[in-house]
Design a protein around this ligand. Structure first.
Ligand SMILES: O=C(O)CCC(=O)C(=O)O
Length: 367
């Protein structure tokens, strides 16, 4: 018989503190999600409420063809200026590697809870690896239906020594191949801002810290009441995301008053072999608002477990972030203040997901 999780504390201990995660909850045989996972009505995701707009993926191999380069670069810039989300193909990350990553994620989460719990915050043998569930469970009224393992990159040797055996080789290869792609995209985005001076060192600083996550969303008995991940934008520079074929990732197209369009959620359908790219808050800040960090969220599904594997690229915590001075001069105003990325990060991880409110922290209140 499934254990009772009517008592909030016993549920929290089981899922969060003891590391059983949502996977442990599902494996215990629950027929209905516990109250603590029930989202307020406005946060629930109605599948039928979203547009399924198949935005053509951008073929990055064309960047190497002089006749096509400018058109592709323009598509990247346009996507960063509008939705902040796009998919890429022929990105240089081997397709077999993408398959191996999804397998590795399934294998990691299929392990018994005690094998994963060794990486829980506070007991993990390495500060580079953290296993957990939801986003910041201590701060959330309703928990997110997701388990994850995070692997922070410092150097190859430390990654191979500390990252979990099931994931380390493939995650490291993914990080390297994807970072090369991210740098190419940043070159395009910075050129468009006229930021050509010291570009290589600027790009290195923008991707100075990297982290690969493996997310696991177990099949959920009540997808209509829960979220896999709540509405949020990423805090960093660019995120590369591998999703499997299950679907459920949504991005918000902002209201466009000039075009008479209301805000709407668009489903980002899985495209075999493609990777999703999304603009993070750091690029919105750097571009003084020209590039838009993408508000996104994830639905749960009752049919099958889903995995996704993001690579987050961010500046190092000691790095300053702020709008490019030449853009402030053109705009006559700095929409964001200059701050240490570490401060931005602490604020981001100190609160439950709440759309793009993370950006308020960097807002220049004197404008
Ligand atoms: O699973 C996904 O598709 C998105 C994951 C995500 O937004 C995150 O890990 O921050």
């Amino acid at each position: 018989m499934a254990p009772s999780f009517d008592d909030e504390n016993s549920l929290f201990d089981f899922v969060v503190k003891n590391g059983n995660g949502v996977k442990g909850l599902v494996d215990s045989g629950i027929a209905k999600v516990p109250e603590r996972y029930v989202q307020p009505p406005l946060e629930r995701i109605d599948k039928l409420d979203a547009f399924s707009q198949v935005l053509s993926p951008i073929d990055l191999s064309k960047l190497d063809q002089p006749a096509e380069h400018d058109q592709v670069a323009e598509a990247v810039v346009r996507a960063a200026e509008t939705l902040g989300f796009f998919q890429v193909v022929n990105h240089g990350v081997p397709i077999e590697l993408l398959e191996a990553l999804k397998d590795a994620a399934h294998k990691f989460f299929a392990q018994p809870p005690e094998k994963k719990a060794v990486y829980l915050k506070g007991v993990s043998p390495s500060p580079l690896v953290k296993y957990g569930t939801s986003f910041v469970p201590e701060k959330e009224k309703a928990l997110e239906w997701k388990d994850y393992v995070s692997m922070v990159y410092t150097n190859d040797a430390e990654a191979l020594e500390n990252w979990p055996n099931h994931c380390k080789d493939v995650a490291l290869e993914y990080l390297k191949a994807s970072t090369m792609m991210v740098k190419k995209l940043l070159e395009i985005l910075l050129n468009n801002l006229g930021a050509t001076q010291d570009q290589d060192s600027r790009i290195e600083a923008l991707v100075g810290q990297k982290m690969v996550n493996m997310n696991f969303y177990p099949a959920c008995p009540n997808p209509e009441l829960t979220v896999g991940v709540g509405r949020h934008s990423d805090m960093g520079t660019l995120t590369v995301l591998l999703q499997d074929g299950i679907g459920g990732l949504y991005v918000k197209a902002e209201e466009n008053i000039d075009a008479g369009k209301m805000a709407e959620w668009i489903e980002i359908p899985p495209i075999p072999g493609a990777l999703v790219i999304n603009v993070g808050d750091t690029l919105q800040i750097l571009s003084n608002g020209r590039y838009k960090s993408a508000e996104h969220r994830v639905r749960t599904t009752s049919m099958q477990s889903r995995v996704s594997i993001p690579l987050f690229t961010t500046p190092k915590p000691i790095e300053k972030i702020g709008p490019l001075p030449q853009l402030v001069e053109i705009d006559g105003v700095a929409y964001y203040r200059e701050i240490l990325f570490g401060e931005y990060m602490n604020n981001f991880f100190g609160k439950a997901h709440d759309g793009k409110s993370s950006l308020n922290f960097a807002q220049n209140t004197s404008t």
